[in-house]
Design a protein around this ligand. Structure first.
Ligand code: AMP
Length: 225
């Protein structure tokens, strides 16, 4: 079983890289945010509970999150491994994951941090505009619309969400990056961390992420187990 944890701040390109890497490794991309959104759509008990936190931009409590993730790991398609995205978000979750994997005689094989400086994250996130009618997403620098201020797909005006404005973004980022750093330190301490430069073209980041996953374990161990 191959277990890879992909880490990175909001705006780091983590979701995009997770899609690419999961396909290259042939293991499912498991994003706890996606699992929660699906639970909300299904109005399941977990979804009803999680929604209260998600709506406020808060983390869902660890007991619910960890149980949901562990259930997902039981699914047949996860037998050979998973690529985790958005989990763990703190040390408690990282510890619970380690314990659960140990019970399956497994472990996290590698944690990859897609590193992007905070100023660049603010720049990327605050450049985000969405169309009023359908929420199609644009970015001033990476994915601008053909006509400024108009959606390419449905022509509706582009608006900026209150939580995508630079000052709001910086405040939210500071909070999120603090817990991300805890998780980064946790995996660094365990000798499992690799850092990839996230300020490159998508394909270059993807190549570096794959190289980081398949490279030898730190300290010269072969990783054969
Ligand atoms: P994301 O798509 O990763 O930004 O997640 C969307 C929302 O789902 C977050 O704002 C949290 O409310 C919740 N969530 C996702 N992953 C976790 C996690 N590992 N721990 C707690 N809450 C989470």
């Amino acid at each position: 079983m191959t277990v890879v944890v992909l880490l990175g701040g909001p705006g780091s390109g983590k979701g995009t890289q997770a899609e690419i890497l999961a396909e290259r490794l042939g293991i499912p991309h498991v994003a706890t945010g996606d699992l929660f959104r699906a639970a909300v759509r299904d109005a399941s008990p977990i979804g009803l509970e999680a929604r209260r936190y998600m709506e406020r931009g808060q983390l869902v409590p660890d007991d619910i999150t960890i149980q949901m993730l562990l259930d997902r790991l039981e699914a047949p398609d996860a037998a050979d491994g998973v690529l985790l995205d958005g989990f763990p978000r703190n040390r408690a979750q990282a510890g619970a994951l380690a314990t659960a994997l140990a019970e399956r005689s497994s472990q996290v094989d590698r944690a990859i941090n897609i590193e992007v400086p905070t100023d660049e994250l603010v720049r990327r996130l605050s450049g985000r505009w969405v169309c009023r009618d359908a929420g199609h997403v644009y970015n001033e620098s990476t994915n601008p619309p053909q006509v400024e201020g108009r959606c390419d797909i449905d022509g509706s005006p582009l608006v900026q969400r209150a939580d995508d404005r630079p000052e709001t973004i910086r405040a939210r980022l500071t909070q999120q990056l603090a817990s991300l750093n805890d998780v980064v330190d946790y995996y660094d301490g365990a000798g499992l961390l690799r850092v990839v430069d996230g300020v490159q073209a998508i394909e270059s980041v993807a190549d570096d992420v794959l190289a980081a996953v398949t490279s030898e374990a730190p300290g010269g161990a072969t990783g054969a187990d």
